[in-house]
Each structure stands twice: as C-alpha cells, then as structure tokens.
Design a protein around this ligand. Sequence first.
Ligand code: GDG
Length: 474
Amino acid sequence: MSISKTIIVSNRLPIKITLNGSQIGYQNSEGGLATGLGSIYREGDNIWIGWPGAIINDESIQEAITEDLATKSLSPVFLTEEEINKYYEGFSNETLWPLFHYFPSYANYNDEQWCTYKTVNQKFADAVLRVLKTDDQIWVHDYQLMLVPQMIRDKAKNVKIGFFLHIPFPSFEVFRLLPWRKELLNGVVGADLIGFHTFDDSIYFINSCQRILGLPSNSNQLFINDKPIIVDAFPISIDFEKFNTLANDVLQKPHEENIIKRKGKAKLMLSVDRLDYSKGLINRLKAFEKLLEQHPQYIKKVVFVQLVVPSRDTVKQYSELKEQVDKLVSNINSKYSTLDWVPIHYFYRSFSIDLLAALYKTADIALVTPMRDGMNLVSKEFVACKSDETGVLILSEMAGASRELNDAIVINPNDSNKFVKALVQALEMPVDEQRHRMRSMRDIVSRFNIHHWVKLFMNRLEEVKVLQRKLSVR
Ligand code: GDG
C-alpha cells in the first residue's frame, strides 16, 4: 500500500537564501503561513514546493540548494530573472494584485507577462507532477499560481487538490475587466476545494464562474461535468500563542520600558503595513492630520507610530506612494511638532518580531485601515499581544478581518469625518469598554488560530472527495 503525502505549493518557500560567493546561507521564515503549515509539511514524506526567493542560474549551486532543502522537506522551483520580472513583478503584482484590490486603473494588461505567467505556472505544476502519487493531496496557494490546479488535474484526474486565495476576489464587474478571465477561472476550478478569506469573496467567485464559464451551481457547490467542487470561506489567522507569549516574555521588558518612557503621558497609536496602495496609508495620515486640526486638545497627547515595511518599491505606483507618504508625514510633523513632541514617528524599514510585539503590547490604539485587504494579520497580532485586555482596534470594513473582529471600531477609510470620530472614540474609550471588546476579540483569535485554519481546510478537502465519490456511485 502506498502512503499518501501532502504537497504544499506556493510562490515562495518559507525560507530566505543568502549567497556569499559559493557559500549558501538559509534563514527560516517567521511568517504565519510557515508556522501554520509547519505542522504539515515537515511530517512523513510531505513536501513544500516553491521559489526559494533568490535568482540562481548556476546549475551546481541549484543542485546543492536542492539537496540541502530536501532535508527540510522543501523543494525549490528555480526561476530566471526574466521569469521573476514578468510572472511575479509583472502579471502577479501589476495585473492581478491591483485588480483584485479594486484598483483597476493601476492594472497593466500585457500579453508577454501573461505568457510568462502561464509558463511559470506550468513549471510549478510539473514540479508537483514529478513527485505526485495517486493518493496524495495538494494544496496550492495564492494569486501567483491560479492556473496550477487545472494543470495538475489534466495529468492526474482523481488526485485531491485544494486552492486558497490570500487576497480578495473581486466582484464580477471588476473581474470581467481581465482579458484572461476565462483562462484564470478554468485554472482554479481544477481544484476540488477553493477557499477564500470571506463569504463575500466566495460568492463573487461563484458568480464569476456562473457568468463567465457558464458553470451550474448550488449554494457553495460548482459543477464541472456533474462533478461537484466546493467553494467556501476559511478566514486565515495567526499563531495566537506565539504572539501572546512574545508579548509576555521578560526579555521584552527593556523594549517595553523604552517605548513607555518615550511616549510619556501621550497615547500611542500604531500602524504596521507593507508599502502598498491597498493599505490606506494616505487616508490614514490625512485623518490623523484632521484630528490634530479639529481637536487641538490632542496635541502632545497622542503619538502616532507608523511602520512601513519596504515592498515592490521599484514599481512606479509604489515609489510614488512612498514619496506621497514621506511628504505628508513631513508636512504634518513640521506643522505640529513642538520642541518636546513629534506627532508622527515614521519608520521605513522592517523591525524585529520582538520589537514589533513590544509595540503591539504598549500601543493604546492600533489603526488597521486598508482600502482593501484579504484578511490583515496585523489586526489579529495586535489583539494577541494585548494580554492585559486593554487597547482599542480601529479596523477598516474593507479588511477581511472586520467580519470576525466586530468588537473593533469598524470604519470606512474613505469617510474622513467618521474616521476622525473613531479616533476620538478610541482616545476616549473607558477602560471597562476596552476590556469588554478586547476580551471578546482575543477569544475569537485564540480559538480560530492558524492551526485551526489548516485543520479546517485539510479536513474539508477530505470531505469533498467523499462527496464526489458518493455522487459518482449513485
Ligand atoms: C497577504 C494579504 C492576508 C509587518 N511588518 C513587519 C512584520 N510584518 C508582518 C506582520 C504580518 C505580515 O507582515 C503582514 O500581513 P498582512 O496580513 O497584514 O498583509 P500581507 O503581507 O499583504 O498578506 C493579507 C495575508 O496575505 C495572509 O493570508 O491577511 O490580506 O494581503 O504578519 O506581522 N514582521 C516583522 N517585522 C516588521 O517590521 N518581523
């Protein structure tokens, strides 16, 4: 009897590679997905297939990396510089990302990039097919690999395939703008189970499949030549225990004391985002400026720490956004700073996870106000670090997380008046109310954590196959 295995497929492997001459260094990724899937891919013969994050053309180095990674249950797909430019930076990040985040005017439709996207998706599918056995199950992740499920299905009719999209799926009127809408949907429906962060995303997907592919549906099932496949919501989460423990760690004390000393009597507002137009940086800074303008009693009573992690800054829209943010922060600070107080502390770099946890713990208010976000893990990490149950979360209704964390102050980031009202409400919220809200959010994030998410998806994938078998013997 053959022993079945699970194959995880994602654009990036959960590892960072550094090359110093012929010396190869490996650093494990600290990301939530890596933690959650860690419990799966390291077991038995299971394996994680993906790009190792560095462009390596030398075949002998590729072989050495492949051998080293095999000991960690990882299998690299090597990509050329041109492939990364056209498939990843191009089609994935300049076409799918803006369109799926409701920024259609930023989307670039380029045939060459689309062709490379197809070629690279085939490379990933071939890497799966090389190690695939009949009873295996495959879990494909995210918008970079939407064609992979069907590419595998073409060669392996009965294998179990799951697909999860980490970003929003747009409504039909936006999705239809894509010249290759049909091909992309046909790629995804090669899977038996298709997961999204929210119920709305799953409905939008079903709707596009009905209208563009003409597929029949019944509730959350789509039918491919009478075979049912399931489309459902699986809201991703974080490793609650990791953040809760980090925040309580005695080694964090110096960080915490330092932050508390620096903020003095002022309240600390915190935002943490990758540099991205979807994250709502500009609207947030403008709302903060409006707060100081309309409510001058908060001058010197509030400090806003904005952490921006550099991302895709060679792309025009991103470098322009960076300039806009720099300018706005500088204008606000030069207008309102006093000799002993600066309103915005702005960092354009990455922080250690320890410092991040200390900031989450000491912040009085977290501002998570994207224009659009699949889920947003920062909101959940903040909640996990607030072990004393105080603190207020201001959350955009456009983030998937707002469906679960409804004890946050939920706002529309385009509504600047309500945004300012929410800031005042957060600054004035009595501690009892903070505790009541925070307790219920912590309860949700601790129960529905990343381990729960992985289990839920994998169990569901098993169930779909049972359902398909039942229907085929009728
Ligand atoms: C995509 C979807 C979905 C940030 N700064 C630092 C740092 N971070 C970490 C945070 C958090 C992660 O980066 C950001 O996660 P988000 O969920 O907020 O956003 P995306 O990167 O856009 O992720 C998103 C997610 O996939 C999962 O499905 O929620 O909607 O867009 O974990 O902690 N980490 C460290 N230093 C930093 O300075 N160490």
